[in-house]
Design a protein around this ligand. Structure first.
Ligand code: SAH
Ligand code: SF4
Ligand code: F3S
Length: 483
């Protein structure tokens, strides 16, 4: 980060902007700084921003990049959206309800904008990659200032300058990209842990899913860049990384020198000072024996695997284009549990996919009972325009879906409460993440298996890994004692 500052300082902004990235963005960061500074002086206070993130960990990581740029150009964070001078929504469109929330919030902001002449609204993220959304914004939400997508997020500083200089709605959306821009500023939410993108996009085209359309084709980052980023993070106090990708198991296939995800993990394991490695998401079809072996032998990979099953019915899995059967999935789970006996397994399940019969649904219930997940995210199928499933016959009536969803949730929760408690009485390392929200004598730590434990402690423990005796299981978390 310090190096980036030096580059920005040395940028000559009297001439044309450089053509190459990331230098071009350094130029615009420095330029935007002048605008922000003069406005702040004019109104006698700093300009503030608030970034609100919807959706998955990828978006959360992208938001850290947005915050990094905003802070570099002189904006100050304001947690209250109602008060901020620059409000940015980093949107998600994976399900319909995520979309509705954004429109609702936008409506509320119109008032604020009338009251504050310096206020700006920026929209980015997955929803902006849908042409219908941008059309609607252009017609009904003229007061939005900047709209950009998932592929050109690195151009944020440039877009801000364009807006400052034009006073008009700035829209810049790319259909796809093969570009990965490194070395941009980013501001971490936690000092001791960080997400790290290892790849972008998705090539799987599960028939219900909009992600491949809004995040583009799969591209892996160069292993050297990943390692360098993690080394820098560790030097800056990070002990845990979460490697991010829509399908991390297919990492490296398209690199000039192909490399497997298991090989990448082994390289990352060697980084001194790094204590914990997590990753998300694993697609069952690409989870290799090599990876299971690496997980078995690793000292740093956490004992947690998120392995979305989506459905337990082979018939439905086929229609979903998931490319595994119920039996293959269960066999994979068996192999993983055999190699790493104390692993915690979590999953995603969709209920009410077109054509799902009661029998299909019972197959899903059966998988849940057999695998006994530590937790499962259950979703009601949401029709996404443009995906193959949206035009499939036999869309399931709402009341049937709701009934299945309730039954599934009950099963998932009952099992999860039982499974989570099996560690009671053991002592395990926990990474202390925060002070407890409700009791200021307690801190909250995360176990390797991703469960939380609350125990007596103070702020000085935050970011440290300590051994905790798990005294009492409370269903989804523990009460413990530091030993
Ligand atoms: N790449 C990850 C998932 C990304 S989306 C994977 O393949 O597992 C996160 C979850 O949202 C998915 O696992 C799926 O369960 C859910 N999801 C995606 N599209 C959906 C839709 N149209 N309706 C309901 N849930 C959906
Ligand atoms: Fe969507 Fe499937 Fe890609 Fe996951 S793997 S992002 S569910 S298309
Ligand atoms: Fe949503 Fe985009 Fe993630 S659609 S789930 S924010 S990749």
């Amino acid at each position: 980060m310090r190096e980036i500052e030096k580059y920005i300082e040395n940028m000559d902004i009297t001439g044309e902007a450089p053509v190459n990235e990331p230098e071009r963005q350094y130029y615009f960061i420095k330029k935007a700084r002048d605008y922000v500074k003069s406005t702040s002086e004019e109104i006698g206070r700093p300009l503030t921003f608030c970034v609100t993130t919807f959706g998955c960990q990828m978006n959360a990581r992208d938001s850290e990049k947005l915050v990094g740029v905003l802070e570099k150009i002189g904006y100050v964070e304001e947690p209250d959206e109602e008060k901020a001078d620059f409000v940015i929504f980093n949107t998600c469109t994976v399900r319909e309800n995520a979309n509705m929330r954004v429109y609702g919030r936008l409506g509320q902001l119109k008032r604020n904008k009338k009251a504050n002449p310096h206020m700006m609204i920026g929209l980015c993220g997955c929803m902006m990659q849908e042409p219908e959304v941008v059309e609607k914004l252009k017609k009904q939400y003229r007061y939005v200032d900047i709209i950009f997508g998932t592929h050109n997020i690195y151009k944020f500083a440039e877009l801000i300058v364009t807006r400052f200089e034009s006073e008009r709605m700035v829209i810049d959306i790319w259909k796809d990209t093969d570009k990965i821009v490194e070395d941009l500023p980013s501001e971490r939410k936690f000092s001791f842990k960080s997400g790290v993108n290892i790849m972008f996009g998705c090539n799987n085209f599960c028939s219900y899913c909009i992600v491949p359309y809004v995040r583009g084709r799969e591209r892996s980052r160069n292993p050297k860049d990943i390692i360098r980023e993690i080394e820098n993070l560790v030097a800056d106090g990070v002990v845990e990384v979460m490697l991010l990708g829509q399908n991390v198991n297919s990492y490296g296939k398209n690199l000039e020198e192909p490399m497997t995800f298991a090989q990448l993990l082994q390289e990352i394991e060697k980084i001194e000072g790094l204590e914990r490695i997590r990753f998300m998401t694993s697609h069952p079809k690409d989870l290799s024996d090599e990876l299971i072996e690496v997980m078995r032998n690793s000292k740093k990979i956490c004992k947690h695997l998120h392995l979305p099953v989506q459905s337990g019915s082979t018939e439905i899995l086929k229609k979903m284009n998931r490319r595994y059967t119920k039996e293959q999935y269960l066999e994979l789970v068996r192999k993983i549990k055999e190699a790493v006996p104390d692993i915690s397994l979590t999953t995603d399940i969709i209920v009410g996919f077109p054509g799902e019969t009661e029998e299909d649904f019972l197959e899903t219930m059966d998988v849940v009972k057999q695998v006994r997940y530590d937790s499962a995210f259950t979703f009601i199928y949401s029709k996404r325009t443009g995906t193959p499933a949206a035009v499939m016959e036999n869309q399931i009536p709402d009341d049937v879906v709701k009934d299945r969803f309730d039954r599934l949730l009950k099963e998932v929760q009952t099992i999860s409460a039982e499974v989570c408690c099996i560690h009671e009485g053991t002592t395990q390392p926990a990474l202390v993440e925060s002070m407890n929200d409700h009791d200021e004598t307690l801190v909250t730590g995360r176990l390797s298996n991703n469960l939380l434990v609350h125990f007596k402690g103070d702020e000085s423990l935050i970011g440290k890994i300590v051994d905790v005796h798990l005294k009492e299981c409370k269903g989804f978390y523990y009460l413990g004692e530091m030993v």
